[in-house]
Design a binder for this molecule. Structure first.
Ligand code: SAH
Ligand code: SF4
Ligand code: F3S
Length: 440
């Protein structure tokens, strides 16, 4: 019998937070009887969950939305919805509607929980819907999730951000920081572990300021509580702001074997002048002290980071300060970005915007430096046995893959039973940042 269930396709841009938000959209659609498809021409509803952190994220989304015009002409019943951070920007919904009048629903980050109502309204009315609530509301619990990253599960602990780094659009499109209730987070984690998830990644723009608003408990208390849940699982979290990193957190990582010895600690820049203009609220020295504090208590902790080049006014000397910190810290991985001007942020109005040629040169230097650190680090793995949580199969390499607690990816000969389980792998070969080995 032919399956006549209606189908949806969601395309996600941006960060883990958005990936998880798409799991909520998928949960809502599933609860309405829709099934997922990966083919555009099979879909009854296509949703774009967008990002606006950098210009290229917006360009990619707009390109893909524009390409649907033909499909929409062929299939009049197709519903196209666009939501996420891009649509939440001031005036953006109207702009998008004008540019792509065939979009049926435009919704903001604060309207996601109402997606069912928006879709039903659209099905019955035929008119385009623009639903972008300007201000964040209370946290809404109970939205269904259709999880797509087994054996890992994403769990929000806080929404929004209060930091207003001068380059960043997030506080404007995600609202003020709101922590979820301690008991709601813990209950969700318990349920996930009961269901067999082996890794939980707590999400927030700034996880270590969790609880500053509710005053129920701080981030370390939350980690301690989740780590005490019975079961065989790992606990991760992201992202950490250096200014809020405490000794209590370092000790919490040290004292709980279920908490992975890895931390994502964005540096952004090494120069104190640039850090000040970025409104990051720490100096190079503060950052290095936090790294030292972490390593004092957890000597083998893997530290990964985000770095931006080409911030307005960044001189060669400033950039060299970044290079110097990268060398000193010996990061286990770094995401590097070229600064992108965002409308409405203070940095957009700063003088001395850096020409793209200079930014490109700087980012290449940084990438090469980090790659060389990664290669050296990989060599240290040779002959070692690591515990991998098997998360998938790589079709190209024909090998199973997963990460160790430090976040390193390893490929190995395995079988289907390994999926979602911890396996011991002896590392025999390295390639750049990836490790290869044999199951033992
Ligand atoms: N809340 C997280 C990160 C959010 S965005 C944190 O503070 O660490 C992820 C990364 O994108 C940031 O760490 C930063 O390096 C980068 N980013 C943010 N705004 C940017 C911009 N305007 N141009 C280029 N990169 C940016
Ligand atoms: Fe953006 Fe800074 Fe908030 Fe991170 S901490 S989301 S970079 S404003
Ligand atoms: Fe994430 Fe992009 Fe929004 S990085 S919070 S999806 S602007």
């Amino acid at each position: 019998m032919e399956n006549c269930a209606k189908k949806y396709l969601i395309t996600t841009y941006g960060c883990q937070m958005n990936l998880h938000e798409s799991e909520k959209l998928a949960g809502i659609l599933t609860s309405m009887g829709y099934e997922s498809t990966s083919k555009e021409n099979e879909a009854d509803v296509i949703v774009f969950n967008t990002c606006c952190i950098r210009e290229n994220a917006e360009d990619r989304a707009e390109g893909n939305i524009g390409a649907l015009k033909q499909l929409k002409k062929k299939n009049k019943n197709l519903i196209i919805a666009v939501g996420g951070c891009m649509t939440q920007q001031k005036g953006e919904a109207e702009k998008l509607h004008k540019k792509f009048p065939f979009i049926d629903i435009i919704f903001g980050t604060h309207n996601l929980e109402n997606f069912k109502e928006l879709l039903l309204e659209k099905i019955s009315s035929k008119k385009s819907i623009l639903a972008v609530m300007e201000k964040e509301g209370e946290i809404i619990e109970g939205t269904p999730r259709f999880r797509t990253s087994f054996p890992n599960a994403w769990v929000n602990i806080a929404y929004g951000c209060n930091n207003f780094c001068s380059y960043c659009i997030v506080p404007y499109v995600r609202g003020r920081e709101r922590s979820r209730k301690f008991s709601d987070v813990v209950a969700e984690c318990k349920e996930l572990i009961k269901q067999g998830y082996k890794e939980i990644t707590l999400l927030g723009q700034n996880v270590n300021s969790y609880g500053n608003d509710t005053k129920e408990a701080d981030f370390s208390d939350l980690l301690n509580e989740i780590a005490s849940i019975e079961g065989d699982f790992r606990l991760r979290y992201m992202t950490n702001h250096p200014k809020d990193l405490s000794e209590k957190l370092a000790l919490t990582i040290k004292n709980n074997p279920k908490i992975c010895k890895s931390i994502h600690l964005p540096l952004q820049a090494g120069s104190n002048n640039v850090l000040k203009n970025m409104n990051r609220k720490y100096t190079q020295e503060d950052y290095l002290n936090k790294v030292e504090l972490l390593r004092k208590h957890v000597p083998d902790i893997a530290i990964t980071t985000d770095i931006m080049v080409g911030f307005p006014g960044e001189t060669d000397e400033d950039f060299n300060e970044t290079v110097s910190v990268v060398k000193k810290v010996n990061f286990s991985g770094a995401f590097t970005f070229i600064y992108s001007r965002r409308k409405g942020t203070p940095a957009d109005k700063m003088p001395n915007q850096i020409p793209p040629e200079i930014s490109k040169k700087r980012i290449i230097e940084l990438i090469n430096l980090q790659n060389s650190i990664n290669r050296k680090d990989s060599k240290n793995y040779l002959g070692k046995t690591v515990q991998i949580l098997c998360e998938g199969f790589d079709e190209k390499k024909k090998l199973y893959l997963g990460r160790d607690e430090y976040g390193r990816m390893a490929y190995f000969n395995g079988n289907n039973q390994d999926l979602g389980n911890f396996v011991c792998v002896k590392i025999t070969k390295t390639g750049g940042i990836s490790l290869y080995g044999e199951k033992i």
